[in-house]
Write a protein that binds this ligand. Structure first.
Ligand SMILES: Cc1cc2nc3c(=O)[nH]c(=O)nc-3n(C[C@H](O)[C@H](O)[C@H](O)COP(=O)(O)OP(=O)(O)OC[C@H]3O[C@@H](n4cnc5c(N)ncnc54)[C@H](O)[C@@H]3O)c2cc1C
Length: 398
């Protein structure tokens, strides 16, 4: 990949930098920063507003076509934007599944009507999306899903259950995979629907996680009637459409979250500069210095791996199985970073939010606990390894 910038790209970088320095939400900088974490419920309003501001300024959906609300730019500008966000320690966006997955998939497979209807509202955060894939008996083996959709005139009638559905409690729409032909081989009888979460018969029940937050949910469908116009990419073609979403998910996780990783690492170094062990600041400890340096190296490698995936996109190709590499390495690096944050705090690591003595209000403790889910969400590390082995290295199936 050629990293040199054209004069226009330099000018774009200056514009982003100036905008970020004038528009960073003060409350975020004051209270919520210092962690590389996924949005917490108490920050939802702030993040909704932040995403709206990004949209109004044209700093989101840069690569999406202009006619569907995007910026019509290349992945070089997208990369510049991400780098500047990391430098400014900018907040994440709230509609992360919409922007990272639903939007690109709708643009790739949608009818003209769908492409005019959904992407712009995803970018502006007017409509939040969730992903209805996993079920109690279908996670890694997603094609085993059993939620059924049966045709009834102009409608599909959906019955079944999803689980671990992030953001369903605030979502307006769901990327829903349901079985539409039970007699076809399991990968072939699935359809991808754009489901309005306000339809009668949709019930959302929050599930509490290790962190104490309820960030994901169970979702039940009881005779939910979805209009035929809400099928994306054709009936019984849901496996191909759904896989496109997953590739974008891994790309977004591996590349986009690399930015959050960098912000987390900068925060960790600051933490190490402030915390002391036996009268010496942590960053003077030789072993700690090595661990921090290794994290920095790994973060840079991840950035370059992300750039490799971007080269593919710049050539006009879809994200491929190499996105799994980025996701897997991000997970390992992020979990190690969070573990180091606990090590730096020593005995203080045991104090959670709510304790007067918790370091930085217990933010790191929350991030550490949340990071345990990274190797499960978006496809487990074992599954990423299978994809890398079979589809990148050409090894025989296990
Ligand atoms: C925080 C979080 C958020 C999530 N958000 C969403 C969401 O928004 N939408 C959604 O649809 N899902 C979501 N998920 C679900 C997630 O995608 C699944 O948990 C994941 O795919 C694993 O499926 P499972 O939990 O059924 O585990 P299983 O598939 O039952 O796996 C259990 C264990 O077996 C291993 N395993 C399974 N098959 C193989 C194999 N072939 N080879 C080697 N090892 C194997 C797995 O790696 C794992 O360790 C979320 C999960 C988490 C933790």
């Amino acid at each position: 990949m050629d990293f040199s910038l054209t004069p226009e790209q330099h000018a774009f970088r200056e514009r982003v930098r100036a905008w970020l320095s004038a528009n960073m939400p003060e409350e975020w900088t004051r209270r919520l920063m210092a962690s590389s974490d996924i949005p917490r419920p108490e920050a939802y309003d702030l993040l909704r507003e932040w995403q709206r501001k990004l949209y109004d300024a044209g700093f989101i959906g840069l690569t999406w076509p202009k006619e569907y609300g995007g910026g019509g730019m290349t992945f070089m500008e997208e990369m510049i934007l991400h780098q500047e966000m990391a430098l400014a320690k900018a907040p994440p966006i709230l509609n992360v599944l919409g922007v990272g997955m639903a939007g690109p998939t709708i643009i790739a497979y949608g009818t003209e009507e769908q492409k005019k209807r959904y992407p712009a509202k995803i970018l502006s955060c007017e409509e939040i999306w969730c992903q209805g894939y996993s079920e109690p008996n279908a996670g890694s083996d997603l094609a085993a899903l059993q939620t059924r959709a049966v045709k009834d005139g102009e409608f599909w009638v959906v019955n079944g259950q999803k689980v671990w559905t992030s953001l369903a409690h605030v979502a307006d729409f769901m990327m829903l995979l349901a079985r539409t032909d039970p007699d076809a081989p399991k990968h072939k009888g699935i359809t991808y629907f754009l489901l309005d979460m306000k339809l009668p018969g949709v019930t959302v029940k929050p599930l509490r996680q290790l962190t104490g937050d309820a960030e994901f949910n169970e979702v039940f469908f009881d005779n939910v009637r979805i209009h035929v116009s809400q099928v994306l990419g054709g009936v019984n073609n849901g496996w191909a459409v759904g896989l496109t979403t997953l590739m974008y998910e891994r790309l977004a996780l591996g590349f986009g979250l690399q930015v959050r990783l960098r912000i987390g690492l900068d925060g960790l170094i600051e933490l190490g500069r402030r915390m002391e062990k036996t009268g010496r600041v942590i960053v003077k400890d030789a072993v700690m210095r090595q661990k921090i340096a290794q994290l920095w190296i790994d973060t840079e490698c991840l950035k370059l791996t992300g750039a490799r995936a971007i080269t593919r996109l710049l050539r006009g190709e879809m994200p491929g199985p190499e996105a799994s590499t980025g996701k897997m390495v991000w997970v390992e690096t992020h979990q190690r970073l969070q573990e180091l944050a606990m090590e730096i705090q020593g005995p203080y690591a045991q104090l959670l939010r709510g304790s007067d003595w918790a370091v930085e209000g217990g933010l790191w403790q929350h991030s550490f606990l949340r990071s345990r889910a990274n190797s499960i969400e978006g496809g487990t590390t074992e599954i990423q390894k299978n994809i890398i082995a079979e589809r990148l290295l050409g090894l025989p199936k296990g």
